[in-house]
Design a binder for this molecule. Structure first.
Ligand code: CAA
Length: 380
């Protein structure tokens, strides 16, 4: 077992860390306050190859692996969790299913421009009445000549409104439930597609989250992803990898909060000496560092398994479960270490705490991760 990143991984880690520090961090607070997505930042990430990390060069990627990808999401999230999830949803939830289930034509038409960062991707599964029970979706697809006609509403769409392509799941044969679901690639300009309400959120505020609406939306037959009836499996397999992207986001958020809290604790004096030297605070820092390290190991392990072509669904659910809870705990402690200052917007830790909460909710709540893990544990 080797517990260090390879030279190539370290090189990209350093590159993303520098980029995050110089290009992402300076506007993170302001973008959070203004709930503003910055497309230029995404284009800059594309110029560095970050929008297509795991995909082969023939599909517009840089031919690296899933470990590099999670390292990149972690580094971005360390300074701005919104930027981290923009990349994560784009890569895991939109590019991955096209790479894995798409025809050669679909890869050329959709994966390539997404991997190059010319287009942004999103994923539409959740509906007003079906969140955790993803199989209960009401959006329908009806085959009509050379097209499918989609009707319904999807909610909580990360990259909603800024994405060019949406991977969407709809019931083609509702009576068959899971086996009646089909996946589609929907372009933002397709007739009958529109973007609905934009959510006002507690955290990840510079990552737009919207409804997407299908009103007799016409999707060409060639835009079906995978076979008819394969949609639920595609949705679940996509989330298997996506969850590790969220784990990486959680690790980054926790690391960012930890670094801010440590620096503050070394400077801040109470009772005549730095609070970092006092047990009440130093033990907190020790627990925070341990939780982050364990989260990172789980996350890197799941990414390594995926890169090696080994089963990674259980590892990914575990990394998301553990890292999400750790991020919430670490960021809450970071606010505590800052005391009253931590509760103000003068310091970044309140933003880290708000951003951490979503990692316990999206891409499957922590309760859903426990369902996934317990089922797999019982199978083995
Ligand atoms: N890989 C492949 N196939 C899978 C699978 C997986 N990981 N998980 C399930 N399946 C298959 C099963 O094998 C089964 O197939 P058969 O019918 O052939 O036997 C079928 O799918 C149905 O599986 P289940 O009986 O396990 O389905 P279920 O209804 O009990 O649901 C669940 C399982 C795990 C609870 C699932 O509904 C789930 O993951 N829910 C949470 C959804 C979620 O994470 N939503 C987040 C959306 S994305 C987001 O957050 C927004 C964003 O943009 C970031």
């Amino acid at each position: 077992m080797i517990f260090t990143l390879s030279e190539e991984h370290q090189m990209i880690q350093k590159m993303v860390r520098d980029f995050a520090k110089h290009e992402v961090e300076p506007t993170a607070k302001e973008r959070d306050e203004e709930e503003r997505f910055d497309r230029d930042l995404f284009t800059k990430m594309a110029e560095l190859g970050l929008t297509g990390i795991p995909w082969p060069e023939e599909y517009g990627g840089i031919g690296s692996d899933y470990l590099t990808y999670v390292v990149a999401v972690e580094e971005l999230s360390k300074v701005c969790a919104s930027t981290g999830v923009t990349l994560s949803a784009h890569t895991s939830l939109a590019c991955w299913p096209v790479y894995t289930f798409g025809t050669e034509e679909q890869k050329q038409e959709y994966l390539k421009p997404m991997a190059r960062g010319e287009k942004i991707g999103a994923y539409g599964l959740t509906e007003p009445g079906s969140g955790s029970d993803a199989g209960g979706m009401k959006t329908t697809a009806v085959k009509n000549g050379n097209e499918y006609i989609l009707n319904g509403t999807k909610i909580f769409i990360t990259n909603g409104g800024i994405a060019d392509y949406y991977i969407v799941f709809a019931a083609l044969e509702p009576d068959k439930k899971h086996k009646g679901t089909t996946a589609f690639i929907v372009e933002k300009d397709f007739a009958g597609f529109s973007v609905g309400k934009k959510e006002k959120k507690l955290g990840i505020r510079s990552s737009p989250t919207t409804e997407i609406i299908f009103e007799d939306c016409r999707v060409p037959l060639k835009n079906r992803l995978g076979e008819e009836g394969e949609g639920f499996k595609i949705a679940m397999m996509t989330l298997d990898g996506g969850r590790n992207g969220i784990a990486a986001q959680a690790v980054g958020i926790a690391q960012g909060a930890f670094e801010a809290a440590t620096a503050y604790a070394k400077e801040r004096k109470q009772f005549g000496r730095p609070i970092a030297e006092q047990q009440g605070i130093s033990f907190k820092l020790a627990d925070m560092a341990t939780a982050i390290e364990a989260s990172r190991l789980l996350t890197y392990q799941a990414a390594w398994l995926e890169s090696e072509g080994l089963p990674y669904g259980k590892a990914s659910a575990m990394s998301k479960l553990y890292a999400g809870d750790a991020a919430m705990k670490v960021t809450t402690e970071a606010v505590q270490i800052f005391g009253g200052y931590g509760y103000t917007k003068d310091y970044p830790v309140e933003r880290y705490m708000r951003d951490a909460k979503i990692t316990q909710i999206y891409e499957g709540t922590q309760e859903i991760q426990r369902i996934v893990i317990s089922r797999m544990v019982m199978q083995s």
